[in-house]
Design a protein around this ligand. Structure first.
Ligand SMILES: Nc1ncnc2c1ncn2[C@@H]1O[C@H](COP(=O)(O)OP(=O)(O)O)[C@@H](O)[C@H]1O
Ligand SMILES: O=C(CO)[C@@H](O)[C@H](O)COP(=O)(O)O
Length: 510
């Protein structure tokens, strides 16, 4: 049985999807949550061991749901939240808690690095993108500055998905798509950028700590005995390159060729579109990352989507049913309340030091329902800001493929359609990053000459298209079109949001 597993280590949890390529079916899914260490300095960290424990739990649940023996899984791949910094010592021990993509404690180090690179222009010249707070590079400079003793023990720099690959196989490698979000990688030449690396550290320690790069269509090894025992798989189970979660979300939404736009309403909000050629945009806010199918993936990321909505949900001790009720019961515009949802600083626009704020409250509109609506509207306005940047680069969205936890809410889907003035649709398989990883595992495995003895190895892009065709299906029941009256109302409200943003952050070029 040709079975493949996809593992997605997201911010809030790990999800696993198991597929059967012969039947073209998803057999089972499992998930397990993660904790987060945070403080008001912008610290956002996780213990790498939590990911392994969640992986094992979610994997076991998916295997059980699929009703298969894990020993029958031919290959697997890992998708991971981007930009985290896993620092390993020589023995493969993790040196400290992992700073995540949403950590803004290293904003100062990012400012320093950006200045050393020669500002936005210099950063784009060297890397093809602007280093942003949240990327791995400033976290490395932070470790060197604040923890010199740990710095002396740094042997390898890994991203979250690379670390899980290391746990699975014992191999320390990186893959182009995820590596392109490190801030140490030249997206045009697809290699580590020595100049940037040496601005952080010219002793050779950092350069030597960067793992070799592999292309997205590679297998990186087989499962090592310790991991095989915990997962119940064979030591012959192959592990594919894997990639960043947005890169895998692109595969899992069929966004593997130009002309499609995916939007994710996860802990972060993202917007991305595939390109066959490097995308060095006029706007430094668009990150021209590489994809995890050997192309490019221009991407916009906002830091406050379900992280912001869950903060309000938690405040009112609501479950998701009650939260959605609040969206249903409140009116467009939240009675006039406007929020800037920057609980966590922000990447797009580049406001790493920003804090969230509420505006325009009076005794009438200050209700639980309005506050719930205000946070969802503001998080969605943040993505509209991103979509306008895409549109200004000629990236056309005629239909948005909507993924991430928030896309499960029909009220939120309607809001996205109205605010973006574009139809939106979800996928039948909601865990698109985990599905993308499972597809990538099948893809890499299918490209091996030994996989189908005697038969020619298919062209890489043909095989990937065929797999996407088989597994990526739109859920037509979620197709949501803009409602003209609501869309018009949101045009005005979005203008108010932009005016507020400009007023509050006039000192920043927005
Ligand atoms: N029906 C829903 N309505 C609103 N928000 C939802 C709904 N279902 C899930 N979510 C939000 O989505 C979040 C999880 O999103 P997800 O994309 O899985 O996160 P990540 O990949 O960043 O870990 C949950 O914490 C919750 O806030
Ligand atoms: O930083 C980015 C993209 O540049 C984030 O999108 C992370 O990759 C985290 O993703 P989720 O946990 O929200 O899926």
């Amino acid at each position: 049985m040709p079975l493949y597993a996809g593992i997605d280590c997201g911010t809030q949890g790990t999800k696993v999807v198991i597929i059967d390529t012969e039947q073209g079916a998803t057999l089972g899914e499992g998930s397990a949550p993660h904790e987060m260490i945070s403080n008001s300095n912008g610290r956002r960290e996780q213990d790498a061991q939590w990911w392994i424990d969640a992986l094992c739990l979610a994997f076991g649940r998916a295997v059980k749901a699929a009703g298969i023996s894990p020993a029958d899984i031919a290959a697997m791949a890992v998708s991971g939240q981007q930009h985290g910094f896993v620092a390993l010592d020589k023995e493969g021990r993790v040196l400290r808690a992992v700073k995540l993509w949403c950590d803004t404690e290293t904003a100062e180090e990012n400012d320093r690095l950006l200045a050393l690179l020669g500002g936005v222009k210099g950063s784009i010249e060297h890397l093809g993108l602007m280093v942003a707070t949240g990327y791995t590079a400033s976290k490395i400079l932070w470790l060197k500055t604040h923890h010199p003793a740990l710095w002396q023990r740094l042997e390898t720099v890994l991203l979250p998905h690379d670390y899980l690959n290391f746990w699975l196989t014992g191999n320390r490698v990186a893959e182009y798509g995820d590596a392109s979000g490190s801030g140490l990688f030249d997206v045009r030449r697809r290699c580590w950028d020595r100049h940037t690396v040496e601005l952080i550290d010219d002793s050779g320690r950092l350069w030597n700590a960067l793992p070799p790069l592999v292309s997205a269509d590679s297998l990186i090894g087989t499962v090592c005995p310790a991991a095989a025992e915990r997962l119940g798989v064979n030591v012959t189970t192959r592990v594919a390159s894997g990639g960043g979660d947005n890169m895998m979300g692109a595969i899992g939404t069929g966004n593997t060729r130009p002309g499609r736009v995916t939007m994710s309403l996860g802990t972060s909000g993202t917007l991305f579109a595939y390109s066959d050629t490097p995308v060095i945009s006029d706007s430094a806010m668009i990150a021209g990352f590489c994809s995890s199918n050997n192309g490019w993936l221009p991407l916009i990321c906002t830091m406050n989507v379900t992280s912001a909505t869950s903060a309000v949900q938690k405040l009112f001790k609501q479950d998701l049913v009650r939260f959605n009720q609040a969206l249903e019961q409140s009116e467009i515009g939240a009675g006039g309340i406007l929020m800037l949802p920057f609980f966590n600083g922000e990447r797009v626009p580049a406001l790493p030091y920003a804090k969230a704020s509420l505006h325009n409250m009076d005794t009438d509109n200050f209700t639980e329902d309005n506050l719930c609506r205000a946070v969802v509207e503001s998080a969605t306005f943040g993505l509209r800001y991103g979509l306008d940047l895409f549109r200004s680069q000629g990236i056309v969205a005629t239909e948005i493929r909507l993924i991430g936890g928030g896309s499960k809410s029909r009220h939120w889907r309607q809001m996205v359609a109205d605010i973006m003035d574009c139809p939106v649709v979800c996928l039948r398989q909601n865990e698109t990053a985990a599905l993308g990883a499972a597809i990538q595992a099948a893809w890499c495995d299918g490209l091996q000459p030994v996989a189908t003895p005697g038969e020619p190895v298919p062209a890489a892009s043909d095989l990937l298209s065929a797999l996407c065709e088989k597994f990526v299906q739109l859920d037509e029941s979620t197709l949501t079109r803009p409602i003209p009256r609501q869309q018009q109302r949101y045009t005005d409200l979005y203008a108010n949001y932009l005016a507020l943003l400009n007023k509050e952050y006039a000192q920043v070029a927005l």
